[in-house]
Design a protein around this ligand. Structure first.
Ligand SMILES: Cc1cn([C@H]2C[C@H](O)[C@@H](COP(=O)(O)OP(=O)(O)OP(=O)(O)O)O2)c(=O)[nH]c1=O
Length: 193
């Protein structure tokens, strides 16, 4: 069977490569619209939309993986910042506080049209960050394509005090959980080794 990653994210590609899976990339292009109140519901729905779009064109023998990541803080859902002012607003909000990162996953097996749809949650605590540090960080460009306006795997690491849960889930893919779900369903996916 073919394994297809329905994502344009270089982080997701790297995480799948890390566990030795052989796969092709077919990014979903549809508009992401936030419609749910709860972050777990939201990321599951967006992951499902991405996987469904790609599954339609992926062929009868494909397993398609879609994912979506958001940050949640005090009932608010933070996606990617719209502009630099939005990034400043997000990082000011997260400074010195604990927030949650949710990644939703959808795995569609085209052979029997079945779907696994779940989310993983990781708690992240940021040290207090000054406005000057935030402005410098934004000027460097890293926040703009990241949910919550930071990258734990990049320069943003200097703001992170602690995390509770799967680190890879924050980067964009709960890779251990995904492997366990594939194993649980007894799906044989191609490997590089
Ligand atoms: C919190 C956090 C998010 N992110 C990234 C992961 C995701 O790529 C991004 C959230 O955007 P997403 O909409 O989840 O994904 P994407 O648009 O990058 O890719 P695609 O829809 O094609 O799959 O934020 C980090 O890289 N590091 C972090 O610490």
């Amino acid at each position: 069977m073919r394994f297809i990653l329905a994502s344009a994210s270089p982080r997701r590609k790297e995480l799948l490569e890390q566990i030795g899976v052989k796969f092709d990339i077919l990014p979903a292009t549809g508009e992401e619209v936030i419609t749910k109140e709860l972050p777990g519901e939201e990321v599951m729905e967006l992951a499902k939309q991405k996987a469904e779009e790609v599954a339609k064109t992926a062929g009868a023998d494909a397993l398609v993986l879609g994912a979506d990541t958001v940050v949640a803080y005090e009932g608010k859902i933070l996606g990617k910042p719209k502009d630099e002012a939005d990034a400043l607003r997000m990082l000011t909000m997260l400074s010195g506080k604990e927030h949650e990162v949710y990644t939703g996953v959808a795995l569609i097996d085209n052979r029997d049209q079945s779907m696994e749809n779940f989310f993983e949650r990781t708690k992240v605590t940021m040290y207090p960050v000054s406005e000057e540090e935030i402005r410098d960080y934004i000027a460097g460009g890293e926040p703009m394509d990241k949910a919550g306006a930071y990258a734990i795997q990049g320069l943003g690491a200097k703001f992170i005090q602690k995390i509770e849960g799967d680190y890879n889930n924050v980067v964009g893919l709960p890779i251990g959980r995904i492997y366990q779900e594939i194993k649980r369903k007894s799906i044989e996916i191609p490997t590089r080794f």
